[in-house]
Design a protein around this ligand. Structure first.
Ligand SMILES: C[C@H](O)[C@H](O)[C@H]1CNC2=NC(N)=NC(=O)C2=N1
Length: 93
């Protein structure tokens, strides 16, 4: 999949609730009530990732989860990153 232009990424990030645009990646973080709730969320993300054929980097410390998305194959952000981020936002809405 084709890498997005900077302006395209800047436009798409506005449609996401929790995500911040960095150079070649987007990331978001959440805080849950405890470790179990964080793990439940991570497992839902895992199922979505498999469905999308696209996989976030996952960081967890106790009740906090940070996800980062980029498309390694393209060397930057693609529509796939934004599609998965949107689906992850919907998990929490
Ligand atoms: C062959 C397979 O589709 C690729 O390796 C996929 C799998 N999941 C992926 N996930 C992410 N985040 N970036 C990728 O480039 C990527 N590549």
């Amino acid at each position: 999949m084709e890498k997005l232009r900077k302006e395209e990424a800047q436009d798409l990030i506005k449609r996401l609730k929790n995500w911040k645009l960095q150079d070649e990646q987007i990331s978001a973080q959440w805080q849950f009530t405890d470790f179990t709730e964080a793990m439940v969320f991570i497992n839902k993300v895992a199922i979505l990732a498999e469905r999308h054929g696209h996989h976030p980097e996952i960081f967890n410390v106790y009740n906090r989860v940070r996800l980062t998305l980029t498309t390694h194959d393209a060397g930057g952000l693609t529509q796939k990153d934004f599609d998965l981020a949107m689906a992850i936002d919907e998990l929490l809405s």
